[in-house]
Design a protein around this ligand. Structure first.
Ligand SMILES: Nc1ncnc2c1ncn2[C@@H]1O[C@H](COP(=O)(O)OP(=O)(O)O)[C@@H](O)[C@H]1O
Ligand SMILES: [Mg+2]
Length: 408
């Protein structure tokens, strides 16, 4: 056990914890010059006072989207005499049209925002603020797929452009969900996707360079060996090229070394850290799934976990479930939470979404097994999944924030 005075003493491992935090925006984003340049190009008209084309940015988690956007926003802040006003909105927090409008107003008219107006007042206030001196509002909607009434939000924000004579609104939408396009209403789609920019996952060599760079700022000299960085980079490349995941493993490995009072971060800590980080990431993924997908996943986890009367296939190592039986369980679970089950068409969409997230795998059974059916395999330990999902599905409801005034 380390004493309190030990813990407060200077770390032998870390030099600067801040640069390892997930909220830290690096001053230099390697391998993303082109993307940064594309974002700048797309913002240029707005900076000159014209309404530019809307931009949609997408790519997997940890591909550097948020960091690049924030980097460009910082750059823009240094430009004098521009009519552009930027709002960066994290839609994980501001997840409804009302909240987004309120956030934008709060960014630019802080005294007005606190007064508890309804959506119509906010809309009118925003419109007249834009119009008064031909401003261009650039609304950056990060993780835009998490907005509950997204079609309404996009409609409202773009309607400003037809309601006013001067100035305008330009949208930059960002999503970690590569399949997001398929879910959008065609009108929202054509609005948001006027131009698009893809962030590919990082390769192991790129992750290695990103880590190397961060180690030199975040850790004491010679504490982290190259072998450790190669291992973390390779592990994260396999997990989808996620730089955040890499940094998480690195930080955890450092913490483990510190706990053990090791002078160095070794492969042992890196391997342990990789396991811990993976669990956390899965938790993040699960907690942002739409409710019906959570219930489908819960059905998969329950059936995998229980011996039960359900027939399943096993090859001695893995368990495979019949898609029809999972649907059946999903339906009874929805009743339990007083929700209406979605049709099988939706259910199949949910399955492919869960598969894209790497939570399940599915296989066509081929002929012979009940004609032709889909088989489903859970990719994480069922017990853990069940516990997590139980909390998510049944434990939460009461934590929903109190609805705000949302007059039309
Ligand atoms: N090119 C890069 N150079 C340095 N650090 C990066 C780079 N790309 C991502 N990161 C780091 O990885 C983390 C995740 O990146 P982020 O921009 O949040 O990804 P996304 O928004 O695509 O999920 C950030 O904390 C950032 O520090
Ligand atoms: Mg992001």
């Amino acid at each position: 056990m380390r004493s309190l005075s030990d813990m407060l003493a200077d770390s032998k491992i870390f030099a600067n914890r801040e640069v390892l935090s997930p909220h830290f925006t690096p001053h230099k984003l390697i391998f993303r010059e082109k993307q940064i340049n594309d974002i700048e190009k797309s913002l240029a008209p707005s900076l000159k006072g014209d309404r530019g084309r809307n931009l949609f940015v997408y790519g997997k988690t940890g591909a550097g989207k948020t960091s690049c956007i924030k980097y460009v926003i910082e750059e823009v802040k240094g430009i004098p005499n521009t009519r552009a006003r930027i709002s960066y909105i994290n839609c994980r927090i501001y997840n409804s049209r009302f909240r987004v409008l309120n956030k934008i107003i709060g960014d630019h008219m802080p005294t007005y925002a606190k007064r508890g107006y309804g959506a119509v007042d906010l809309y009118e206030k925003l419109t007249s603020w834009i119009e008064e001196d031909n401003k261009i509002l650039v609304a950056v909607l990060d993780e835009v797929d998490l907005v509950k009434d997204l079609d309404d939000l996009i409609y409202t924000l773009t309607r400003i452009n037809s309601d006013i004579k001067a100035g305008g609104v330009t949208l930059i939408g960002i999503s970690n969900k590569v399949s997001f396009k398929d879910e959008l209403d065609p009108r929202s789609l054509s609005t948001l996707y006027e131009t698009e920019l893809v962030f590919a996952p990082y390769y192991a060599t790129e992750l290695y360079a990103i880590l190397k760079d961060r180690v030199s700022a975040g850790f004491k000299k010679d504490v982290v060996e190259d072998e450790v960085l190669h291992f973390i980079a390779a592990t994260s490349a396999k997990e989808g090229g996620d730089a955040r995941f890499s940094l998480k493993i690195l930080t955890k490995a450092g913490e483990l070394a510190e706990e053990k009072e090791n002078p160095k971060v070794t492969m042992k800590e890196a391997q342990e850290a990789a396991k811990l980080a993976e669990n956390e990431i899965v938790y993040d993924v699960i907690s942002t799934l739409p409710e019906h997908q959570k219930i489908v996943l819960y059905a998969v986890a329950m059936l995998t976990q229980s011996g039960g009367s359900y027939k399943k296939l096993t090859d001695g190592v893995d368990t495979y479930l019949f898609s029809g039986e999972v649907y059946h369980r999903y339906k009874s679970l929805t009743e339990g939470v007083h929700k209406e089950a979605k049709s099988e068409r939706w259910y199949r969409k949910y399955l492919s979404e869960l598969e894209m997230q790497g939570l399940i795998a599915s296989y066509e059974s081929g002929k012979g097994i009940r004609g032709h059916t889909k088989l489903i395999k859970l990719l994480y330990p069922p017990k853990k999944m069940c516990d997590l999902l139980e909390k998510e599905i049944f434990g939460k409801g009461t934590e929903e924030p109190v609805p705000e005034k949302e007059a039309e």
